[in-house]
Design a protein around this ligand. Structure first.
Ligand code: AHR
Length: 514
């Protein structure tokens, strides 16, 4: 056999990854998973530590406006691309009496707070929160008290915020200076009620009964609201998270629009690759709950969709636990910024069912923005979140990805490259989001395109740093930031080669011509 024939045959049998590099990503803009809902860039503000008081709100501060909202924090929130804000908790929600937080501020009661300890002054309440959302142009999401609260409290809260009729609670809102209803659309039916740490913790059956009645009563006031059931608070082995979600979905399947999931991760073992391997678990968690939704709805003719609201997620382990105080003031480093990409990649890969996600939290408390009385700084995790938010409303793509793998314990092999992709058909731009979790290897990759002709100019956004533990502080928040550049690549057979550096997060924007 001639050498050229042998070479051609070899080319035909070798997998493409072996031909072109260690990894392969194939883009096909016809293969759509679902739309990246803008609410994937939601956030969360809880009455906890310095998130509200001293973060969002600091009356009398020279950095605040006349109503007490910190202007620097508002600006940082805009820059982060926040679309929706969950409030007032979290664990706090399960002991909160919303009626304490309305009316003249000086007459509001200060109460002992039992979720996190301390005193709640109630100077920031429903009107302050909803006004804040309006000023920022973000969608409010209010979580009711399904712990120690009552169905009646929940119903009245909707009446206070949304009713336009001549009713007691709508009139209370008017008396407090707000004629027009706020029209709060998103309501959480409690927070982490499966957790024994929760005030008013319930078993799945008791929770479902409560939530069903609360849903009914709240919808009688405003049938247009969207409801989020309290799903499992985590997916620890040993916790019956499947049982909880199954029961809640079976009981509430005709009443709710979302089920919530929460995940916090940590690098306690100080091993980058296993830390960043968390996406394997998040993917699994979502897949299982997606299956439970389908199972609960099977047999219904045309069920209303139920989506997943991943309404708490982040890295949280340093300031966590009984001996760590209750401020949750994590100082984030470069490797935590990489983890942000992993979370969004998982959400994008499941864009058909994950339609809301809320980073926990916005400021000071496990947050991308950190303040003191005289200023603020942006933590390294701020930058990937802000960049990913630009992909809201794009179509998430079902990419073909192969990359060298590694193992974490006895789990299935996992690729070093964690990838998602989205497409904006208006400007014919594909976004490739690539996390290289390898601590030591750059990964040479071949990127191929199926529909339309790729152009050879890339917009590259990249976060990388030689020190995985590099952090920011006041006056020094520029070192762990992304670099951007325009790069030419040579296109051959509608594809190109690109090397993703070790421990990096890269977003490539590439144009496709028809
Ligand atoms: O975000 C911090 C806490 O984490 C929330 O209050 C609770 O819902 C979760 O356990």
């Amino acid at each position: 056999m001639k050498l050229t024939t042998r070479l051609t045959l070899a080319l035909l049998v070798l997998p493409a990854a072996a031909l072109y590099g260690q990894a392969r990503i194939k883009i096909d803009t016809d293969r759509v998973v679902g739309q990246v809902h803008p609410h994937l860039f939601g956030n969360f503000a809880e009455h906890l530590g310095r998130c509200i008081y001293g973060g969002i709100y600091e009356e009398g501060s020279p950095l605040a406006d006349k109503d007490g909202y910190r202007k620097d924090v508002m600006e940082a929130t805009r820059g982060l691309g926040v679309s929706l804000l969950r409030w007032p908790g979290g664990n706090f929600a399960s002991g909160y009496n919303w009626k304490d937080g309305i009316g003249p501020r000086d007459q509001r009661p200060a109460r002992a707070e039992h979720a996190w300890g301390g005193i709640e002054t109630n100077r920031f309440g429903t009107d302050e929160f909803l006004t804040y959302c309006e000023r920022l142009g973000v969608e409010p999401y209010v979580c009711i008290n399904a712990g120690l609260g009552t169905v009646e409290d929940a119903r009245n809260w909707v009446e206070y915020t949304n009713d336009s009729r001549n009713t007691y609670w709508a009139n209370a809102r008017r008396k407090n200076g707000r004629e027009k209803p706020y029209g709060v659309k998103y309501w959480g039916l409690g927070n982490e009620i499966d957790g024994p740490w929760q005030l008013g913790h319930k078993n799945a059956e008791d929770y479902s009964k409560f939530a069903l009645e609360a849903a009914k009563a709240m919808r009688r006031v405003d049938p247009s609201i969207k409801l989020i059931a309290s799903g499992s608070s985590n997916f620890r082995p040993g916790a019956d998270w499947i049982g909880w979600n199954r029961k809640v979905l079976d009981s509430l399947k005709t009443e709710v629009d979302y089920i919530s999931l929460h995940t916090y991760i940590g690098n306690q073992e100080n091993k980058l690759e296993s830390f960043l391997g968390f996406t394997q678990r998040v993917d699994h968690y979502i897949d299982v709950v997606d299956g439970l939704i389908k199972a609960a709805q099977s047999g219904q003719d045309s069920p209303n969709p139920i989506y997943i609201a991943y309404d708490e997620w982040n890295v949280w382990y340093r300031k966590r636990g009984p001996d760590k105080g209750n401020t949750l003031e994590e100082i984030y480093n470069f490797e935590d910024a990489l983890a942000m990409g992993g979370f969004f990649n998982s959400f994008f890969r499941h864009a058909h069912v994950v339609k809301m996600a809320n980073l926990a939290q916005l400021v000071n408390v496990i947050a991308p923005v950190f303040t003191n009385k005289s200023g603020m700084f942006l933590q390294p995790i701020y930058f990937p979140i802000a960049e990913y938010s630009k992909q809201g409303s794009n179509m998430a793509l079902d990419l073909l990805v192969s990359s060298p793998t590694y193992k974490i314990g006895n789990r299935a092999p996992i690729g070093y490259l964690d990838v998602s992709g989205t497409y904006n058909s208006k400007d014919r731009t594909v976004y490739l989001n690539v996390l290289n979790r390898s601590e030591s290897q750059d990964i040479a990759s071949r990127i191929d395109n199926v529909v339309g002709q790729m152009e050879g100019q890339l917009e590259v956004w990249e976060m990388n740093h030689p020190d995985l533990k590099a952090t920011h502080t006041f006056g020094d928040d520029r070192k762990v930031r992304p670099a951007t550049r325009t790069q030419s690549v040579s296109i051959a057979n509608n594809g190109f080669s690109y090397t993703f550096p070790k421990h990096s997060l890269t977003i490539l924007r590439l144009k496709v011509r028809s």
